[in-house]
Write a protein that binds this ligand. Structure first.
Ligand code: HEC
Ligand code: HEC
Ligand code: HEC
Ligand code: HEC
Ligand code: HEC
Length: 456
């Protein structure tokens, strides 16, 4: 009876812990979590991979800082704890919540989402709900690890599953429940849910699937068939670039280039040679979730189309970016647009109440886009069509909002491209020489008359 009771109390306690905001969970101190540099003494490779990742930068990130401060000001601090949950989980758990006026965090939270947070997590209920028990036991994927003299180890099935990542990579608005980020659900509902975890693609050299990385977790540890890598690279190459990690910047570009394919599936002129019809197919070939995913009101994938004649003159263009970084408004773009209470588009997630548009491409899914344009009568063929699929981690508009107009130009990464050429006979209107028809008719009548006469 007593046992049952304490189990019941335990369950209630667990659910309370999972739902109560961190301010009330003051059971631990930031110092209970060890600095990542301590772990690097033995796990040097893993440390190097993590250091420079967006997890290590989740507090330093100037894009986050700007948006957090704006959210904090505009909502009178009512989002401070919410944002901190996932971006500085250790300070959240220890009740040290920053605000617009005091953005300071503990020394360990300056290093964002670090080793000792992830490896002491033992339960989650999503949307930034987690329990972590800092201490001497490190939780991980190894079932037979008793080689560490520094800390104890425990096998944790959670760490081997996408649910582990899903505790932060699904974000709902804290007050109205609107889905703000949905990466975990996109994976769960997609084609990879039975075969490939987040870790397979993001914690191995495989990029689009599991690929073993044989080695040792630490110099004294046994050789293993695979040691999970910790680069945690996504599509964001801008921030690693800005924050001085060329390796993560390069890996992010490579990842983007593995995600999608573009094809020209139709390039034909109409029978009268007046119009060119172009159909493009964009396929998500490599990502286990939609493309783009995550912060999709900021991330942007779009098609750039450029059709030129033999002399290099542009005959048709779409999705070009001007010198100030703005994309042609007529472009085909893949992203999400949030609407506020007046149905006006907003990039401020705290104001978001609905999704006005979401046309992102699901895992292994595709999107078909049609274009048509006039063929000029003086066209010097053949016509060359270049198509590029581009990515920016933040639109120029969002960047202007956060940093001031033109201060930062988010770098454009080309994800995929394709070209095609077509011979064209331009449409030539048949010039009717005046009087020609009448001359012809007259002749016909004359011949007819002559014939009739000869028959007679
Ligand atoms: C003195 C060396 C040393 C230090 C310091 C150290 N570790 Fe380890 N750790 C090891 C060894 C050795 C293993 C065993 C690896 C194996 O079994 O292949 C290990 C294993 C692990 C595992 C795998 C556990 C499992 O069961 O899957 C995790 C997770 C881990 N360490 C996290 C950490 C974290 C976090 C820190 C810093 C707070 C840290 N380690 C500091 C030596 C160390
Ligand atoms: C975002 C959470 C996260 C962070 C931050 C993180 N890890 Fe891990 N780590 C994991 C997960 C998840 C796995 C297991 C992946 C799997 O099994 O699919 C893992 C695996 C490991 C392992 C076992 C490796 C193996 O394959 O045998 C060690 C050791 C380890 N991590 C140490 C560290 C150290 C040291 C740091 C900091 C430099 C760190 N981790 C940061 C989530 C994290
Ligand atoms: C404690 C919450 C948390 C957990 C757990 C977590 N993440 Fe993250 N992750 C974040 C946050 C926050 C960012 C963004 C930081 C930023 O950009 O400022 C991020 C960024 C990333 C990025 C880079 C995104 C980009 O745009 O390039 C990848 C990839 C990623 N996480 C993968 C994973 C994987 C895989 C796991 C599970 C092994 C995981 N994360 C677990 C919170 C978390
Ligand atoms: C089949 C491989 C694969 C799986 C499985 C996978 N990803 Fe990805 N992920 C990618 C590729 C490729 C990209 C680059 C394309 C992009 O950025 O949209 C990416 C990008 C990302 C980004 C950056 C998004 C952006 O557009 O900036 C995040 C965050 C992320 N993944 C998290 C996750 C999480 C969390 C899971 C598990 C729920 C997961 N991924 C599962 C391959 C995968
Ligand atoms: C439930 C977890 C969670 C919460 C709560 C959360 N985020 Fe995030 N945030 C993430 C994850 C995961 C990513 C990475 C997604 C990606 O890279 O596309 C991210 C990425 C970001 C980025 C992108 C950074 C970059 O460099 O591009 C910004 C900015 C951001 N979050 C701001 C906020 C703000 C402001 C709040 C509070 C209103 C907040 N987040 C609340 C999980 C969370």
């Amino acid at each position: 009876m007593f046992k049952l009771k304490s189990i019941a109390l335990g369950i209630i306690g667990l659910s309370l812990l999972l739902t109560l905001p961190g301010m009330f969970i003051n059971q631990s101190e930031p110092d209970d979590y060890l600095q990542p540099e301590v772990c690097s003494e033995c796990h040097a490779d893993i440390y190097e991979q993590w250091n420079g990742s967006m997890h290590s930068n989740s507090h330093k990130d100037p894009v986050y800082e700007k948006l957090f401060i704006m959210a904090s000001r505009e909502t009178n601090s009512s989002f401070d704890a919410f944002c901190s949950k996932c971006h500085i989980p250790i300070d959240f758990l220890t009740g040290n919540i920053p605000s617009a006026d005091n953005y300071k965090v503990s020394e360990i939270s300056e290093k964002g989402i670090s080793c000792d947070f992830c490896h002491t997590v033992n339960a989650t209920n999503g949307n930034g709900g987690f329990i972590s028990s800092p201490g001497s036991i490190k939780r991980g994927p190894l079932e037979d690890s008793n080689y560490s003299t520094f800390h104890g180890t425990t096998y944790s099935e959670l760490h081997t599953k996408s649910e582990f990542c899903g505790m932060c990579h699904n974000v709902n608005h804290p007050f109205n429940g609107l889905i703000l980020e949905n990466t975990y659900t996109e994976w769960k509902e997609g084609e990879y849910n039975e075969t490939t975890t987040c870790q397979d693609c993001h914690m191995t050299p495989g990029v689009t699937g599991y690929k073993a990385n044989p080695g040792r977790a630490s110099p004294g540890a046994p050789m293993r068939d695979n040691i999970y890598t910790h680069y945690f690279v996504g599509g964001n190459s801008m921030l690693p670039g800005l924050l001085g990690s060329p390796k993560h910047e390069r890996l992010a570009k490579e990842r983007l280039q593995a995600a999608a394919m573009v094809e020209i599936i139709r390039l034909e002129r109409t029978n009268d040679n007046k119009t060119m019809n172009l159909t493009i197919k964009v396929t998500n070939i490599g990502a286990g979730h939609k493309i783009p995913t995550g912060l999709t009101e900021a991330r942007l994938i779009w098609l750039e189309v450029d059709a030129k004649d033999l002399s290099g003159k542009t005959i048709f263009g779409s999705g070009r970016i001007d010198k100030d970084g703005y994309i042609d408004p007529g472009a085909v773009k893949y992203h999400t647009i949030f609407g506020d209470s007046d149905n006006k588009p907003t990039e401020k997630v705290w104001m978001a109440e609905k999704i006005l548009m979401d046309n992102r491409i699901p895992p292994k899914g595709y999107s078909i886009e049609n274009y048509s344009f006039d063929i000029p009568t003086d066209l010097k063929g053949p016509l060359n069509v270049d198509v590029r699929l581009n990515y920016v981690s933040a639109s120029q508009e969002l960047s202007d909002l956060l940093f001031g107009k033109g201060e930062i130009k988010p770098p454009v990464v080309e994800m995929a491209s394709v070209s095609a050429k077509i011979e064209v006979t331009p449409y030539v209107p048949i010039k009717k020489t005046p009087g020609f028809t009448s001359v012809f008719l007259l002749m016909a009548i004359l011949i007819l008359y002559a014939r009739i006469k000869s028959i007679k």
